[in-house]
Design a protein. Structure first.
Length: 173
């Protein structure tokens, strides 16, 4: 390969050669943003999605487009209805300036914490013998009570009884 061929391939590389024509095209046609095809291509993608009958695509597009326009026209006069095709803002209803990320601390009242604690203990294998012992204790203390009352009483008194039982055995809670 001669130096002329190397120089020629370097100078007339397609990307380098494109720059030579850009100046002339800007003078003739104007800035790129005035003539680019992206908005048209995006619109054509939406229209392509309207086609439901492949044998009559134009009719499908027209039918769906007119329906969409009619519905959007009607929703302009109904204040409670959201317009079609316009997604809701994820910030709607939030205070201005407040971010959406970060730690959200939720405080629970004492009753909810105790209820969660009881739920966890009821679903822990190590606590099952204590649960059975407490239910038997309640049954011996109240032999005439029905099952519903015993269950409610168990739910009310088990945590306090369990803590007392553990402390008696020398374990720390």
């Amino acid at each position: 390969m001669s130096t002329r061929d190397v120089l020629s391939s370097f100078i007339f590389d397609i990307m380098v050669h494109l720059i030579v024509h850009l100046v002339r095209e800007i003078k003739i046609c104007g800035h790129v943003f005035l003539r680019w095809m992206y908005p048209i291509e995006r619109c054509m993608k939406i229209f392509k999605g309207y086609v439901k009958n492949p044998y009559r695509p134009e009719a499908s597009i027209i039918e769906r487009y007119i329906t969409k326009e009619a519905i959007e026209f009607c929703t302009m006069y109904m204040s409670e209805v959201d317009a079609i095709g316009i997604p809701r803002s994820r910030y709607e209803g939030r205070k201005e300036g407040k971010g959406t990320r970060g730690v959200r601390i939720v405080r629970k009242d004492q009753q909810q914490v105790l209820q969660a604690h009881l739920y966890i203990l009821n679903n822990t294998d190590d606590a099952l013998p204590y649960i059975d012992e407490h239910k038997m204790f309640l049954k011996t203390m109240n032999p005439r009570a029905n099952e519903k009352w015993l269950l409610n009483e168990h739910n009310k008194t088990f945590l306090k009884w369990f803590k007392h039982k553990i402390l008696q055995n020398g374990c720390h809670v």
